[in-house]
Design a protein around this ligand. Structure first.
Ligand SMILES: *Cc1c(COP(=O)(O)O)cnc(C)c1O
Length: 402
């Protein structure tokens, strides 16, 4: 059987037997190394998606593979009823490098946000009573696909068809402090937002917006939750995106890049909230197993010690400057947004033709919202790889323009 028909067979199998919840690109990937992946035909792709902001150290990072192998021979899983060293160490690392005092481990971004929502509700319930339970989140936000997190998500395309949604969520426009102020009454227990909106189209707030949100929250004893699932872990050129804005939350959620591809999420919070999550209040079977925790610790240590976060900042600036050159050439590029290595390019037309043409040329990129191209390369990406992407974009956009 030749490789082309192998690819077709894989696609046929998947389309026949799986729910078609994804409209997938018609390639089957079999191998990865750094910022590159290969399909079943041996075709090479430059990867500027990185598993959607997951593979920060790149594909099959030797550090990840080695840690995975070593820990897999020691201990893979035990119940969270027992202590394990890798989990305790990871918690210590996260706390020592953040505003937080406590960590809860889970398996995904949605679960981290579930934990955040539950913690905020329970804390407010105990402190102020059940009336105070409203969580304000943002229009155009994305917090996940479970019932609670889609109820917290300000996008109809995520919420549609799942009524009745979980009650107790209200929405205000992102980056609009007046609207938020108007809604913050006695019934509100928390404000939840992404410091930089990812799925919403890579939207950065005004420099002082998060500070104003924090002040409103503090004045009214309302909790502040930052969802850093996409923009945390060095993506923006700082370990956490909120560091750019000089504000800390009460609760923060992490996932995507935390395990460099192993499923792990985390919900971090200040010590004041510790009491609200006592024994029996929340749990998950797989959260922070020794295997994933060992890998996440190794990844975080490397991010901090090997300079990858500064690197993301530096090459991110270079990347943006190169895209600005394209913007001068192609008037359909309307705006370039982002921080570090999360970059969005808004066009006056759909992004899909650019994304699909790049795929043919051997470059993986994705969109965020209809008209925004989004780049989320591994943080280890180099200038040559960025140059190579820019050449492909130039070619593809040139053809689009004619
Ligand atoms: C991806 C994402 C989530 C959901 O994470 P899952 O691991 O897919 O559940 C939540 N919030 C943000 C900001 C995300 O980007």
């Amino acid at each position: 059987m030749n490789n082309n028909s192998k690819t077709e067979m894989t696609i046929q199998l998947a389309d026949k037997y799986m729910f078609q919840t994804y409209s997938r690109f018609p390639i089957t990937l079999v191998k990865g190394d750094g910022c590159r992946v290969w399909d079943e035909n041996g075709k090479e792709y430059l990867d500027f998606v990185g598993g959607i902001a997951v593979c920060a150290l790149g594909h099959c990072s030797p550090l990840v593979s080695r840690t995975l192998e070593e820990q897999s021979k020691k201990l893979i899983h035990v119940s969270n009823l027992y202590y394990t060293r890798p989990q305790a160490e990871l918690a210590g690392l996260l706390v020592e490098n953040s505003f937080a005092d406590r960590v809860f481990f889970c398996n995904s971004g949605a679960e981290a946000n579930e934990a955040a929502i539950k913690l905020a509700r329970r804390y407010s319930h105990e402190k102020f009573g059940p009336e105070r339970h409203i969580i304000i989140s943002m229009e155009n936000s994305f917090h996940g696909r479970t019932m609670a997190t889609l109820s917290a998500t300000g996008q109809d395309k995520v919420r549609g068809g799942y009524d009745p949604l979980l009650g107790g969520f209200k929405f205000v426009p992102f980056n609009d402090i007046k609207s938020l102020d108007d809604k913050m009454d006695e019934s509100v227990c928390a404000v939840m937002l992404e410091p930089v909106q990812g799925e919403g189209g890579v939207i950065c707030p005004d420099p002082d917006y998060l500070k104003k949100v924090k002040n409103l929250c503090r004045d009214r004893d309302i909790l502040l939750i930052f969802d850093e699932v996409q923009v945390g872990m060095g993506r923006t050129g700082k370990l956490f995106a909120h560091e750019h804005y000089g504000v800390t939350p009460d609760i923060m959620t992490l996932a995507k890049a935390l395990g460099n591809g192993l499923p792990i999420g985390a919900m971090l919070a200040v010590d004041e909230l510790n009491q609200a999550f006592g024994p029996g209040s929340h749990a998950t079977t797989f959260g922070g197993t020794p295997l994933v925790a060992a890998v996440a610790s190794a990844v975080l240590t490397s991010l901090l010690k090997d300079g990858w976060i500064d690197h993301a900042d530096r090459v991110g600036s270079y990347f943006k400057a190169r895209i600005e050159e394209l913007a001068e050439k192609y008037s359909f590029i309307k705006e370039i947004r982002g921080l570090g290595l999360i970059i969005g390019v808004e066009m006056d037309r759909p992004a899909a033709p650019v994304v699909n043409a790049c795929l043919k040329e051997g470059v993986l990129i994705i969109s965020a919202q209809e008209k925004v191209i989004r780049f989320l390369p591994p943080l280890i990406v180099g200038r040559e790889e960025i140059d190579s992407l820019i050449r492909t974009l130039d070619k593809v956009m040139g053809e689009l323009d004619s």
